[in-house]
Each structure stands twice: as C-alpha cells, then as structure tokens.
Design a protein around this ligand. Structure first.
Ligand SMILES: Nc1ncnc2c1ncn2[C@@H]1O[C@H](COP(=O)(O)OP(=O)(O)OP(=O)(O)O)[C@@H](O)[C@H]1O
Length: 246
C-alpha cells in the first residue's frame, strides 16, 4: 500500500504539549491508515489523546514528529495558509459543542463553508437547502441556533461539515452533549454517511456511537492499545432508518 491508497495516513505521529516539567506526550508513535469509505471510531479514557489525534489529522494542530497524509498529500509541513485552505475544502469538523455561529440561521451556517471556499451565493444556498433536507431539517432552515434543540443543532453542524464534500469527516464526541433521542438521530446520520461512502473518524466515549463504525481503535497514554474490525457494522435498527443517501 502506498500513501495514495488511504484517504488518511498517519506515520510515527507524536504530539507533545507544554514545556519542561509540564510537558505532556498526548500522542505517541501512532500509525494509522483510514481507507476511503471507512468509519473509524477512536475510544479511550479521558486525556488519552483522542482529541489531539483528531486535531493532528485535520491540520488543526501540528505534530511534534511524524507524518500526516490526506489523499496522498503530506499536510503536516504545510504553511498556515495552505492548512487553512485544506481545512476549508477537504476536511469536515463536528464538535461536541456544535460551534455554530449564533447570529446566523441554520441555512446560513451551512452556506458559510461553501462561500468561504469561493462558491457563488446561489450555489451555496442550493447546497445548504439540499443538506438541511438530508439531515431532516428543511423546515428549520430559518431558525437561529438557540431556537433549535441540541440534536437539531448537531444535525446542522453535520450538514455544515459536509458542505464542501470533505475527503474526511472528523467528529469529536458528536453526541457528548445530547440526550438519548437526539443521540439516535445523530447516529442515524452517521450510519447513512457510512452507507453513502463518506470517510469518517469519530472520537467517542459512547458505545452506541462506536458500534456504528467499521473499525474501533482504543487509545491509552497516547498510543493505540487495541484495533478491532466490527463485523456487525452497526445495528439493523439504525440501518433501517438511513436519512443520508448516495
Ligand atoms: N493545548 C494543550 N496544552 C497542554 N496540554 C494539553 C493541551 N491539549 C491537550 N493536552 C493534554 O494532552 C493530553 C491528551 O489530551 P486530549 O484532549 O487529546 O485527550 P482526550 O482523550 O481527547 O480527552 P477527553 O476524552 O477528556 O476529551 C491530556 O493530558 C491533556 O491534558
């Protein structure tokens, strides 16, 4: 396999935070290949380095050592400007706390990445309307984030993350702030994304989320301690309720 076979490839990745006595090795010699279309779940105890790994993979942080490749391009040495461009165009981020722009409607939040990537307002509007329909929120397009439930906000955030058809969707505890019903709605979307061939990496403590993945890696002290292929590929119940398709 060469670097073009994996959408995401990580080699000998290390990240140290802080200086001197306070120095912490958050990620320690991690190797990973995420093939196109795979949903990978990353679990492990608090502080084991999951979020740091996700940030390194999406170009939000730079490694202390090692390599990150995205679709055959080595990204860890890119300039700030090139990294920002790559994050805008090729990576979709979903965060536990949604990170929506509070002054903008659901539709405007979803339009934003396409506008920032230089697409026309008309194309951005069309794409946002399509994505909001696909996450089941067409009727909420004009609502502001505070007028939406947590689950609806996260579905807007997922639609926003998909706006530029990212090579990879990186989700950090996407259900961490959600109740059971909202978690189910968001999980349904991830199951649908997997069915649609989207490459996804999800950091999660939630077993229900991990069970929707193709593969589960567990981390401890910055390292992978377990790597499991999930034969079940999610539950039949969720598979029957796919909202996002092809
Ligand atoms: N910016 C930073 N400066 C200093 N230390 C940091 C920084 N970010 C993370 N760390 C430390 O690096 C280690 C890994 O943190 P990280 O947030 O990646 O873990 P995590 O597994 O995602 O944790 P959680 O599940 O609690 O979110 C922890 O010891 C954390 O305190």
């Amino acid at each position: 396999m060469n670097e073009f076979d994996a959408v995401l490839r990580v080699r000998g990745l290390r990240k140290e935070h802080g200086q001197g006595q306070g120095r912490v090795r958050a990620v320690d010699e991690v190797h990973l290949d995420v093939p196109a279309g795979q949903t990978l779940a990353v679990t492990g105890p608090s502080g084991c380095g999951k979020s740091t790994l996700l940030h390194l993979m999406g170009g939000l942080e730079r490694p202390t050592r090692g390599e990150v490749w995205l679709a055959g391009q080595r990204i860890d040495g890119l300039s700030e400007r090139a990294l920002a461009r790559l994050r805008r165009r090729s990576v979709g981020f979903v965060f536990q706390s949604f990170h929506l722009v509070e002054e903008l409607s659901a539709a405007e939040n979803v339009e934003l990445p396409a506008l920032l990537a230089g697409r026309s307002p008309r194309a951005a509007r069309r794409r946002a309307a399509d994505l909001l329909a696909r996450v089941g929120l067409a009727a909420r397009a004009r609502h502001l984030p505070w007028q939406l439930s947590g689950g609806q906000r996260q579905r807007v955030a997922i639609a926003r993350a998909l706006a530029n058809e990212p090579l990879v969707l990186l989700a950090d505890e996407p259900t961490g702030n959600l109740d059971t019903a909202a978690t189910r709605d968001v999980l349904r979307l991830f199951v649908g994304l997997r069915a649609a061939g989207q490459t996804v990496v999800i950091v999660t403590h939630d077993e229900r989320v991990a069970a929707t993945a193709d593969r589960l890696v567990s981390m401890r002290d910055g390292m992978f301690v377990d790597d499991t292929r999930l034969a079940g590929r999610g539950t039949g119940r969720l598979d029957g309720q796919i909202e996002l398709e092809g």
